[in-house]
Ligand binder design. Structure first.
Ligand SMILES: Nc1ncnc2c1ncn2[C@@H]1O[C@H](COP(=O)(O)OP(=O)(O)O)[C@@H](O)[C@H]1O
Ligand SMILES: [Mg+2]
Length: 386
């Protein structure tokens, strides 16, 4: 284990840490305004329940593309009772020096507005060139127990961190799938139109499955190294489409999927579902030492597995992209015994990431001390702690 940690540190040697050094919030959830001014070290936010800790992490999550840590609708983020829309501005230090990011709800469009170094950019995907944020929240505690869709979203989000195009593929696939379901439901048998949609679904669908399979393989290798006392995890993207890719070339899998979709039209029209495609795939995680699927592990073991997966993702980004993402760990410390807590802090130190950690009690973070910057949050106000 020690060797693995050192090896990770070596690969990490050339990676540059992304760090939020300045953050401004306005009309963001419980915050009318809030200001964070700090340095590149990890950030610890402590305060009572409901103080606004998770809201602060959510604001950081909007510095990367996507729907943020709560997957919220943009309207819901506006501070209640406020007429103005929310905004977040930040300075992020990274490989190219400091960049300024502004984002928020633009009342004129349904999309999130983004500015990079003062210039508006179309779409959020441009953020991916500058910022990568990885998170673990209490909402993810049931990831291995609930339905596969949350696991697919989790895996896809990790892939977005390496390949912004993946989100384009997923949206195009889902759009074509919805369109096909709508046509089938209305009983309209426009075969040419259906075939065109199925063509898109097969092309995008196989590309999605291939990206998931390939990424799961890389992540599995990073996970097999292990992170201190966190369990070594086995990882695989599973499903019919993934099986086809294992059996032959991608083009053959594409043909097979197109053919299956055409065959399943009646069945899908009756059921209102889509029988075949990567929307039915899963992301399977195993506890290797125990040789047990994650869903059969104890709650604590599942949490430890999730931490191991996320830490492996950070190492992979550092090794492949030369960038250490910002890591948001919401209420993680409270669930770990003191040994694992210290191991997590050690890992944060080794990886050199700017982790944002939250908890109700400062004592949970004993051992981080001068390696981190401490803030307290109360009544939606941030104070630097001594
Ligand atoms: N859109 C909103 N407008 C105003 N307050 C909100 C909004 N969304 C959430 N809140 C409030 O923010 C408060 C702090 O939430 P949170 O950051 O989750 O606290 P914690 O410190 O426990 O993580 C909650 O009391 C919640 O009611
Ligand atoms: Mg919280």
């Amino acid at each position: 284990m020690r060797e693995a940690a050192l090896a990770a540190n070596d690969t990490f040697g050339t990676a540059v840490r992304l760090a939020v050094t300045r953050l401004r919030l306005s009309n963001f959830r419980s915050y009318t305004t809030a200001a964070f001014d700090g340095d590149e070290r990890p950030v610890v936010l402590t305060g009572p329940n409901g103080a606004g800790k998770t809201n602060m992490l959510e604001a950081v999550s909007y510095l990367a593309p996507g729907r943020g840590l709560r997957q919220a609708r943009l309207n819901d983020v506006d501070r209640r009772d406020s007429a103005a829309s929310w905004a977040v501005a930040a300075t992020v230090s990274g490989p190219g020096g400091n960049i300024e990011i502004g984002t928020g709800r633009d009342p004129a469009t349904p999309r999130r507005a983004v500015r990079i170094n003062g210039a508006p950019v179309a779409g959020q995907s441009g953020l991916a060139d500058y910022v990568s944020v990885v998170w673990l929240t209490p909402q993810m505690d049931r990831l291995f127990l609930d339905g596969a869709s949350a696991r697919r979203r989790f895996l896809d989000r990790l892939i977005f961190g390496f390949d912004a195009e993946h989100s384009v593929r997923v949206s195009a696939y889902e759009h074509a799938m919805r369109e096909r379901a709508r046509l089938l439901k209305r009983g309209r048998r426009d075969d040419t139109w259906l075939a065109a949609l199925e063509e898109t679904m097969a092309g995008r669908g196989i590309a999605i499955a291939a990206a998931r399979r390939e990424f799961a393989g890389r992540l599995a290798r990073a996970c097999a190294e292990g992170s201190g006392p966190f369990p070594r995890a086995g990882i695989a993207a599973t499903g019919h489409v993934e099986d086809w890719l294992g059996e032959g070339p991608a083009l053959a899998a594409e043909d097979r999927m197109r053919q299956r979709l055409a065959e399943c039209r009646d069945e899908d029209a009756d059921s209102g579902r889509t029988t075949v495609g990567p929307h039915r795939s899963d992301f399977a995680v195993r506890h290797l030492e125990k040789d047990m699927p994650a869903e059969q592990c104890s709650t604590g073991e599942q949490k430890a597995l999730l931490i191991a997966v996320v830490l492996a993702d950070v190492r992979l980004q550092a090794a492949e992209r030369n960038v250490a993402p910002v890591l948001l760990l919401d209420e993680i410390a409270a669930h770990l015994d003191s040994g694992k807590r210290r191991a997590l802090f050690e890992e944060v130190r080794t990886l050199g990431v700017q982790a944002w950690l939250t908890g109700t009690d400062r004592l949970l973070f004993e051992g981080l001390d001068s390696d981190a910057q401490f803030f307290t949050v109360s009544d939606a106000t941030l104070h630097r702690a001594a």
